[in-house]
Ligand binder design. Sequence first.
Ligand SMILES: [Zn+2]
Length: 264
Amino acid sequence: MNRALSLRRLLALVLLMIWLAAALGPARADETRRRLRVPILMYHYISTPPDDADRYRRDLSVSPEQFEAQLRWLRDNGYTAISLEDVARALSAGTPLPERPVVLTFDDGYDDAYRNAFPLLQKHAMTGTFFVVTEWIDEGRAGYLTWDQAREMAAAGMSIQSHSRTHPDLSRGCDYDCLVYQMLGSVQTIEAEIGIRPRVFCYPAGRYNREVMTVLEHVGIIAAVTTQGGTLHVSERPLQLHRVRVRGTTDLGDFAWMVRDWRG
Ligand SMILES: [Zn+2]
């Protein structure tokens, strides 16, 4: 037998096997585990609660004066407001972030987001992420944003993202069709109204489970925020980002500690 020929055959066979292994093997994801410390602030109302407000409304309300003092503190301490897509990319691909990143999020799409939060963010050259409940806007509910307001905010660099269609507890009694309706439905509505497809989700009442996260992935969501407290995020769990709850009773000392010193 011709020795050179059989060696060539062997080499060809080895090359074929290497090619097959590369072609058929699992896609090699970037499996580097990353840890990031980014305070993701969670706000609800940016307004002074009415006199007859109950304790929940008071707890969820930060006055415009308090909010502006917090924005000043962030600016004076060198913080840069970034988006949650930035956080997702930093976790998945290691893209660099500013030295002191912070994310400002606003849940539920109250109209004081437009009246109070939006102008103050613009005044201090910061961006915010607003989680809207799309049917509440579609219905024209009093006290909530309109699509015109959301479009104006998006055009000025604010991020409009999904908080579901009707704000149900997604972890209980919401089957697959319901999950698709709540997630894909809200994503498509925002895309149609704003012209930008949402990539970030906020769990209504912070409730979620494994199936909820699976459907989110299918819908193309790359990051989701919870109501679990903390500032540390891990690349294995981009759909379980922690947040820093800012309350009506949060003074500037508490705020500084949570943003700068919270190690959880
Ligand atoms: Zn909510």
